[in-house]
Design a binder for this molecule. Structure first.
Ligand code: HEC
Length: 135
């Protein structure tokens, strides 16, 4: 007769190995998403914006922590009236139309940008969101 405890013992081991492999896979997939998000941000927005907390403004204001922040709230940055007088908070709902077509979303803004690809918009928004997430 086979030693059942051995079989079960092994099986439990196999389950544990599988579970840790799955965790590793999930963690690396998330890391890949984050890297893709940062890359997309640099490509799409990096000419005019930095997301480095220690950096200043470029043509546009620094975007570190912009997700969840009230529009137009970087002191010393000269916003257009369209943004300076705005009273929304940057979120998925406000960022998506903004980067789809900034001029259409908030006429009179100094930012001239359009991104028709929803996947790219999502990557950038997720990236900005991750910078605002509690660590
Ligand atoms: C050609 C330059 C340029 C590009 C490219 C650009 N922006 Fe901007 N952005 C600006 C300028 C200029 C402003 C200030 C607009 C104003 O005051 O009307 C701004 C403002 C913003 C604001 C408002 C910040 C605040 O403090 O309220 C957000 C959010 C923003 N941009 C996100 C993005 C994202 C995300 C991208 C890339 C998908 C992007 N921008 C691409 C120039 C740019």
């Amino acid at each position: 007769m086979r030693d059942l405890s051995k079989v079960f013992g092994h099986r439990r081991c196999a389950v544990a190995v599988c579970a840790s492999l799955l965790t590793l896979y999930a963690v690396s997939a998330r890391a890949e998403d984050a890297a893709a998000g940062k890359q997309q941000f640099l490509t799409s927005c990096g000419v005019c914006h930095s997301s480095d907390p220690a950096a200043g403004a470029r043509q546009g204001p620094n975007l570190f922590g912009v997700y969840g922040r009230k529009v137009g709230s970087i002191a010393g940055f000269k916003y257009s009236n369209a943004l300076q007088s705005g009273d929304w908070v940057w979120s998925e709902a406000t960022l998506d139309p903004w980067i789809t077509n900034s001029q259409e979303a908030h006429p009179g803004t100094f930012m001239n940008y359009r991104q028709t690809n929803p996947e790219k918009r999502k990557l950038v928004i997720e990236y900005l969101k991750s910078l605002s997430a509690p660590k």
